[in-house]
Design a protein around this ligand. Structure first.
Ligand SMILES: Cc1cc2nc3c(=O)[nH]c(=O)nc-3n(C[C@H](O)[C@H](O)[C@H](O)COP(=O)(O)OP(=O)(O)OC[C@H]3O[C@@H](n4cnc5c(N)ncnc54)[C@H](O)[C@@H]3O)c2cc1C
Length: 442
């Protein structure tokens, strides 16, 4: 077990340690610390977060050390001064979907209830590396949605106009505009003709592991306990309110509990006696061997379903549809590999000899209208952050920010007002595409 003291780490990092109330001493990363520690050797670097034993009681417990749980803890401490917080993780920090996704970040939504929320998240992304003093490698290389018919161009025109009215950047490209932007795209002999596309220039990608690590470091330095290898196995209630969680490391008391467990949401809700409008499905991601630069933006292809970008290392990073069955296994099936690769080659046939290096799966909590749920649950002191479908990575900072607000104030922020669980009872659902959880409809 590693416990850092300010004195020990401050001397190790040359006296520039910064510390939250009871968190690890956080050395400030800069070109100077890089140069200094390069001379001193690798042992000069201090661990980025502690590995504490759980306390018997916390003001707030967040279940799940994925992007959303860590961001929530970070903003609880930073924005609301609530630092007696634990993040409980059954595996290792960042081992869930936050480290398994295809890293696409955007805010190109049509509906008001989604648009402002995702745009706020994008604004947080734009300053996240600076805020965390940790390079999350956010790259605003643009996200380009291809259109394959006149009606789809009309739909993109409508969405682009709605985005602009909401103060979000959007550019409608014609066929030549798409060709100029992605010269290697198979436009003239396309399987589905390409009519143009909707570009969000401020969209892009971020390094997903770094997002988890940067948020963990920021939360820990403000006093949050991040407890790995600690699975929540039950939610204890008394008189209609939560009192704590049963875990593989014993009972831990809490005034408030926030669930941010992505693909395991139904399991956790069941522990509290709740049944949610969520289905769990697999989604796979794929990475090729490293290539010289061939794609300088994110391209999405709705006719077959593919999204593809190129990482800074040179690998093509891509994905497609959900696997068609419900599952909690973090691995997918082979027919989908063929399906996604076929989609990729119909857009970029010249890549047919590129080797696929790795692929993996994550468990997605698909909500019935395709939009997330962030808010209070009908049990006092219990809060839910779930239903991220294909797109929770881009929401990471915004989701943590509004979830922290909701937990701290016991009411939703205006930005997540429309994302309540009650919408499934009132009928005020937020259905961007009429797709819901159905594989193959996205
Ligand atoms: C293949 C793939 C590609 C994707 N591509 C994109 C994309 O390009 N853009 C985008 O915006 N989104 C994308 N997503 C979606 C995005 O990754 C998720 O919506 C988002 O990461 C979910 O939130 P999270 O980071 O908090 O989840 P996670 O990282 O999964 O965190 C949840 C954590 O809860 C823990 N947990 C579960 N049960 C318990 C328990 N009982 N006790 C304690 N801990 C528990 C898990 O171990 C996990 O670490 C993709 C997802 C996948 C799988």
């Amino acid at each position: 077990m590693l416990r850092l003291t300010r004195a020990a780490t401050a001397s190790a990092n040359g006296g520039d340690g910064k510390q939250g109330r009871s968190g690890a001493s956080m050395s400030h990363y800069s070109v100077f610390s890089l140069a200094r520690n390069a001379l001193r050797g690798p042992e000069a670097w201090t661990p980025a977060w502690r590995d504490p034993e759980p306390k018997s009681f916390y003001d707030v417990i967040i279940v799940g050390a994925g992007g959303h749980g860590l961001a929530t803890a970070y903003y609880l401490a930073k924005e609301h001064g609530i630092t007696n917080v634990a993040v409980l993780e059954k595996g290792w920090l960042g081992g869930g979907n936050v480290g398994r996704n295809t890293t696409i970040v955007r805010s190109n939504y049509l509906l008001e209830g989604n648009a402002h929320f995702y745009e706020w998240s994008l604004k947080l992304w734009e300053n996240l590396s600076h805020d965390l003093n940790y390079n999350v490698m956010f790259s605003q290389r643009g996200v380009l949605n291809l259109a394959h018919s006149d009606p789809q161009m009309d739909a993109f025109r409508r969405r682009g106009n709605a985005m602009r009215l909401n103060g979000i950047d959007a550019v409608l490209l014609d066929r030549d505009g798409v060709r100029d932007m992605v010269p290697d795209l198979n436009i003239d002999n396309a399987r589905f003709p390409i009519y143009g596309g909707l570009l969000q220039p401020r969209g892009g990608t971020a390094r997903h592991d770094a997002v988890a690590w940067g948020l963990a470091r920021g939360a820990d330095s403000r006093g949050v306990d991040i407890i790995q290898n600690c699975e929540v196995t039950g939610i204890r209630r008394e008189g209609g309110r939560v009192t704590g969680v049963e875990t593989t490391r014993g009972f831990i008391g809490a005034r408030k509990i926030g669930l941010a467990v992505a693909g395991n949401t139904s399991r956790l809700a069941e522990m509290a006696g709740l049944r949610l409008p969520i289905e769990s499905h697999l989604l796979q991601a794929f990475v090729s061997e490293a290539l010289k630069p061939v794609i300088n933006t994110v391209v999405t292809y709705g006719a077959h379903h593919l999204y593809i970008s190129q990482s800074d290392k040179g690998s093509l990073v891509f994905g497609g549809d959900l696997d068609g069955y419900n599952s909690y296994a973090q691995r997918g099936n082979l027919p989908l590999v063929e399906d996604v690769v076929t989609a990729g080659l119909s857009l970029f046939p010249h890549l047919s000899r590129v080797k696929l290096l790795r692929h993996w799966g994550g468990v997605m909590d698909m909500s019935m209208d395709g939009s997330p749920i962030i808010g209070k649950l009908p049990i006092e002191g219990l809060y839910l952050n779930a239903g991220w479908c294909y797109g929770g990575f881009k929401a990471t900072p915004g989701s943590g920010w509004v979830f922290a607000y909701t937990i701290a104030n016991d009411r939703p922020h205006a930005l997540n007002q429309a994302l309540s669980l009650e919408r499934f009872a009132t009928g005020a659902v937020l259905d961007e595409k009429g797709a819901g959880p159905v594989p193959g409809y996205h």
